[in-house]
Ligand binder design. Structure first.
Ligand code: ZN
Length: 392
């Protein structure tokens, strides 16, 4: 799969519904058919391959995505889909037909690099996003999802969500440094953390940077930088809180002018909704102090807000037990990134399995997971899938 859209530096570029995505899909389709799966493409292009069980009970769904960011790695997404395929192939080769069918799924546009928002295929699957709304989304060149699905031949005919799975399980690279730095092993993911993105506008007053005494200034840059430091201090006070200011701009932006305006973004995340709300309240109090002391006006506009999405405790435990049965180290952890699994978790019992990302690198051509960790993760997926597929 990594040969398709290879960027020559070890990375991959398979933007959703691009020609490279089509080639990746064609290859996946070929592999699904080769091992005898019954393949369905739904109306948002999600690809589903079904491995039969010996009953028609609700299937155990395994999967992830094969699209990548513009300069992505080999493992993000593709690992979960290919390991799911390997799970079905292993069962077939062993002549095992579990009680429940397996449904292997590759979701459309998980990354959101070409078409925003991200995790779209799963949102359409669960009905959070309507098909019509999804079709109308356009990329930076004005090409729509509906037209591009048709162009690459993956506008399918079955309704998204046509299967109600018994459980959903996703193997994924951690995309963070914790497992790699702390002795490797398997992550039994307990959920996806809550997120709040905000755009913050600070209004001060432009003035001469030489003639205006400090206590007469209303500097938007001083206020903005105080806010950065307050967010940093909050992460020391609140265990598990992460904060990022990824963009900051000053107007007019001259060396000798006190800026009248600062615009910045803030990304705040925590595994617990109430704790994140507490951090937001604390930040609001600090903003009030900054407004008074620096004589500026601060406005916050929400860009995105996602509640924490806990996974299913029974399936988390099942992942843990599977890892232990394979003599692997396993630790419970929260996902720092968004995944299709958090959307699936709203309609079916769900959990994720993480494997280490060397140095925590992801969305980067250098993204790497050792073969032994890939094998370990795939074996935990296989073992957990069999257990779930045998459930009454
Ligand atoms: Zn991913």
């Amino acid at each position: 799969m990594a040969r398709i859209g290879a960027t020559g530096d070890g990375g991959c570029r398979r933007l959703a519904l691009s020609d490279e995505d089509r080639q990746g899909r064609d290859r996946l389709l070929g592999w699904m058919r080769k091992i005898g799966l019954e393949v369905r493409i739904d109306k948002i292009g999600n690809m589903i391959g079904i491995y039969p069980g010996h009953t028609d009970a609700a299937p155990v769904m395994l999967g992830s995505h094969i699209d990548t960011v513009a300069s992505g790695g080999k493992y993000d997404g593709a690992l979960g889909v290919l390991a799911a395929l390997e799970t079905a192939e292993t069962l077939r080769d062993a002549g095992i037909s579990p009680r429940r069918p397996l449904a292997i799924i590759a979701f459309t546009n998980e990354e959101g690099s070409r078409f925003q928002p991200d995790i779209l295929g799963s949102c359409v699957w669960t009905g959070d996003t309507s098909l019509d709304d999804a079709y109308r989304i356009v990329d930076s060149e004005g090409k729509s999802i509906g037209d591009e699905l048709r162009r690459i031949g993956y506008l399918g005919d079955v309704e998204p969500g046509f299967l109600q799975p018994h459980a959903y399980l996703e193997l994924h690279i951690e995309q963070g440094p914790i497992l790699d730095a702390e002795g490797g092993g398997i992550g039994a993911v307990t959920g996806v953390q809550a997120l709040w993105w905000s755009e913050i506008n600070i209004e001060g007053e432009a003035n001469h940077a030489g003639t205006t005494p400090m206590h007469y200034r209303r500097s938007a840059s001083v206020a903005a930088c105080r806010l950065v430091m307050i967010a940093r201090a909050l992460t020391d006070e609140i265990d598990g809180l992460v904060a990022n200011v990824g963009r900051m701009a000053f107007d007019p932006g001259n060396v000798n002018v006190v800026p009248r305006r600062a615009t910045m973004t803030l990304d705040l995340r925590h595994p617990d909704d109430a704790t994140l709300s507490g951090a937001e309240r604390s930040l609001a109090t600090s903003i009030g102090e900054i407004e008074r002391q620096e004589r500026v006006v601060v406005e916050c506009k929400d860009l995105a807000r996602f509640a924490a999405q806990p996974f299913d405790s029974r399936i988390i435990q099942c992942v843990e037990e599977s890892a232990k049965a394979l003599d692997l180290n396993v630790r419970r952890m929260v996902s720092g990134a968004s995944h299709d699994a958090q959307i699936m978790a709203t309609v079916t019992p769900t959990a994720m399995i993480f494997v280490p990302s060397v140095k925590g690198l992801s969305h980067n051509p250098q993204e790497f997971t050792r073969d032994e960790d890939v094998v370990a993760g795939a074996n935990v997926l296989l073992t957990t899938a069999i257990r779930l597929a045998e459930e009454a």
